[in-house]
Design a protein. Structure first.
Length: 193
């Protein structure tokens, strides 16, 4: 198993038509989002306009979760949905997608054929538990929305602050990690095939 702690100074932010987006992780790590040749990407965006249009990403699927604010999302000729904090929507990258609402969101973008999911987890300051992180997943990441996450694994201890990401890549073994500290997390799981 490999572990990568991505701190704030390693994040890449760019401008898009509706605001700013911050790339938290891309795989393979040598690929660029703009080249559209990556397998999956984890990011967070701040939508600064009341109405926005999503970037077209043919050949990819997306899972979007709201972190702050409320969003009305519309996928032309598919479906519409109203999202509040920690609610999510899944859709194909080639769908014509527009939205209303100023929000901060969290995104998982995957090449077709790769599957993934997002889950919100609250870890209370007095709670510490063991969690098997690899359940049919190749990659598991934890993004700290608020507070600070303290993790103990057999590879070492980690302290992950708000806005940071910890990525685990499985190499054949199942890992149990112990959570502690008071924080709000987004758990990302990605299965490559």
């Amino acid at each position: 198993m490999k572990v990568k702690h991505i701190s704030e100074q390693n994040l890449i932010s760019t401008i898009w038509s509706g605001g700013t987006t911050t790339q938290l992780y891309i795989y393979p790590e040598t690929k660029l989002f703009s080249d559209r040749n990556f397998d999956f990407r984890i990011s967070s965006a701040v939508v600064e306009l009341e109405e926005s249009t999503f970037t077209s990403l043919p050949g990819y699927s997306r899972v979007l979760m709201i972190l702050d604010g409320e969003l009305d999302i519309n996928h032309k000729e598919h479906h519409s949905k109203s999202l509040k904090p920690f609610e999510q929507d899944s859709f194909l990258g080639e769908w014509e997608t527009s939205a209303k609402g100023k929000v901060t969101d969290f995104n998982l973008i995957m090449k077709n054929g790769i599957s993934g999911e997002l889950k919100q987890i609250t870890v209370k300051s007095y709670l510490s538990f063991v969690r098997p992180i690899f359940n049919y997943s190749d990659y598991v990441a934890y993004f700290v929305v608020s507070g600070e996450l303290k993790l103990d694994t057999r590879l070492g201890s980690y302290s992950v602050k708000e806005g940071e990401l910890l990525v685990f890549e499985e190499e054949g073994e199942v890992e149990n990690i112990q959570f502690g500290g008071g924080c709000e997390l987004i758990e990302v799981k990605v299965k490559m095939s």
